[in-house]
Write a protein that binds this ligand. Structure first.
Ligand SMILES: [Zn+2]
Length: 280
């Protein structure tokens, strides 16, 4: 029996449409979709539909009040209000919302009972990040990609200079537009930058509900994480786990559908047509 055999799928039941589940979740929190992710902003909408799973997370955690934070002040205010706990794992201090940390500790205990462990990938950056971190990571993809496409002759120096000078939100919007023409900004330049790094201000790490796991390749570790409410929700970002605090079998009810890629199970918003080419 494969170690994935006990992992739930939808048992043939259609998952709830994401927007329906989201409306319900937001109502409980007295929040409005328009103020979190304005429909007039295509970048916000894309981010919500690509990796908006945290917005339907269990009520024991606090999702961000915005799809995209635009200043460090907004992030600090949110993080202070949500609160976080610190845990030393190896040599690194990692920080997560209290419920997410509690379940990560339980997952680690389970793993350790089997002679395994769950540790952060790339140190403390594996968990909480601030706004500035998310901007720096964005630039770590954006800048080399500009150089590459300039050298390839697909972008002119004038275009590159202009892209660099744009305010961040507009920069993100234009990058996503360029990607529609095959000018990709991911690390390997073959797919969308959103599969490589979050848009600045939009990271689940800012929400303190994400943890990058060193041992992500071990199917048993993925199973243990899932048992404690931690799931893979960002396609192609393999070490990245998101705390939803829900049971795996209930995820379809919460508007998420699963997509298995190379034996790894991803839970993504059930919005038709968002992942053309990945859907089989
Ligand atoms: Zn991550």
């Amino acid at each position: 029996m494969s170690s994935n055999a006990s992992r739930a799928s939808n048992d043939g039941n259609e998952p709830t449409p994401f927007y329906e589940a989201l409306a319900k979740a937001l109502k409980k929190r007295k929040a409005k979709l328009e103020s979190i992710c304005p429909s007039s902003d295509p970048v916000s909408k894309r981010i919500l539909e690509e990796y908006g799973a945290i917005f339907v997370a269990d009520k024991k955690v606090i999702p961000p009040p915005l799809c995209v934070f635009t200043t460090e002040e907004q992030v600090t205010k949110f993080q202070d209000a949500a609160g976080w706990e610190v845990e030393r794992i190896g040599f690194d201090d990692v920080e997560l919302q209290p419920e997410a940390m509690k379940k990560l500790r339980k997952a680690r205990e389970d793993a350790q009972k089997e002679g395994l462990d769950i540790t952060p990938r790339d140190g403390s950056e594996a968990a909480r990040r601030n706004y500035e971190d998310s901007v720096r990571l964005w630039n770590s993809r954006f800048e080399p990609a500009l150089d590459y496409w300039l050298a390839q002759g697909r972008l002119t120096q004038a275009q590159v200079d202009r892209l660099r000078s744009l305010p961040l939100s507009q920069q993100v919007a234009e990058v996503l537009e360029l990607e529609k023409t095959g000018i990709y900004f991911s690390k390997d330049l073959s797919k969308s930058i959103l599969y490589s790094i979050a848009a600045p201000g939009a990271s689940q790490h800012i929400a303190m509900l994400a943890f990058d796991v060193e041992q992500f390749e071990n199917p048993r570790i993925r199973e243990i994480m899932a048992k404690h409410g931690w799931f893979q929700t960002v396609l192609s970002d393999l070490p990245h786990f998101t705390f939803l605090g829900l049971k795996e079998k209930d995820l379809p009810k919460h508007g998420l559908r699963n997509l298995e890629i190379n034996g790894q199970m991803f839970w993504i918003p059930n919005v038709p047509g968002v992942h053309p080419g990945l859907d089989k």
